[in-house]
Write a protein that binds this ligand. Sequence first.
Ligand code: FES
Length: 179
Amino acid sequence: MKNVTLEIDGRTVEAGEGTTLLKAAQSVGIRIPTLCNDDRLEPYGGCRMCMVEIETSWGRKRLVASCVYPVEEGLRVQTNTERVRRIRRMIIELLWPSSQVYAEEYGVTGSRFEPGLTDCSLCGLCLRYCTEIKKENRIYFEGRGIERRPALVEGSELTCRACGECFTLCGSGWIASRC
Ligand code: FES
């Protein structure tokens, strides 16, 4: 695999082609907050908590989800700018309470959004784990927009309760409360 050289928070980092920015940063001890990422599962890019600021070699700046964005030669990455932190604070509020684990670090004390709309973060960890690791496919997303939520395939309650492996992945307790 070809190696790519880039800069993350002012440090020169080498990573194999196809490596995500998140993994490249982690490889040199730079921590980026995540909610929907799990090393056992395929990258998903659902929560946007891992947003970082990138600047291409031709000077274009933008925000990307580091858990799905691959390394590029000459890319400059900033993982903790004020712009990035402002977006993470908003995501913490939007995905409250699943995101509470980062509340103190980002100075967020609660969410201004209506409780009940935000209790499932739609990170997809439960259904991705059930599909990719357990090969059971017992959870799916139902509804659209703000009504979108994970749901159990009919008749799965007992099986899911007996397994329960995805419960620990869920920051809000949503899926456990449905079994
Ligand atoms: S951790 Fe990257 S989008 Fe969720």
